[in-house]
Design a binder for this molecule. Sequence first.
Ligand SMILES: [Zn+2]
Length: 161
Amino acid sequence: MVTRSNLLYSAAALRRMWGLVYRRLVEIKVRPWWRVVWVWVPGRRPCFVSQTAFKQHFVAWRRQAAKALRAVQWFNTPGRFTVHNDAKGSAYVVEVSDTEVRCTCEDYKNQVAAWGKGCCKHGYAVLSQLGFSTLGEYLDICHQRLQLLAQHHRQQLPVAA
Ligand SMILES: [Zn+2]
């Protein structure tokens, strides 16, 4: 089962962070504890890694992976994109709105199940094409635009009937 904890503090994440790809078959133990993560790799002394490092890696890795993807905007639906992974031959549909960047992939579903929101590498590929580097930056702009629209709308209302 995917939980907040094993989505963020996983052995797979530690392998990528520490470049331990060659140790794929070796058992690595990763346990969140208090504000740190207890990490044990066979042949090394157990140590603690900050949870922040895992959180930063979570986003950085997806943003990096997004660079290899190709986002194609739908002809008749501007907020919808098909994101292709040409190396794998896979594709997912991403839909952007003022409040979220949804995707049809497993990673996105897992993040939503864990946190109620999320952004996968396909979402980052679309954001990058739209000129944004983070989800927060995109959502801030949407929020500002909505406020401006609301303001504009209020100004256009008749003062009193
Ligand atoms: Zn996705």
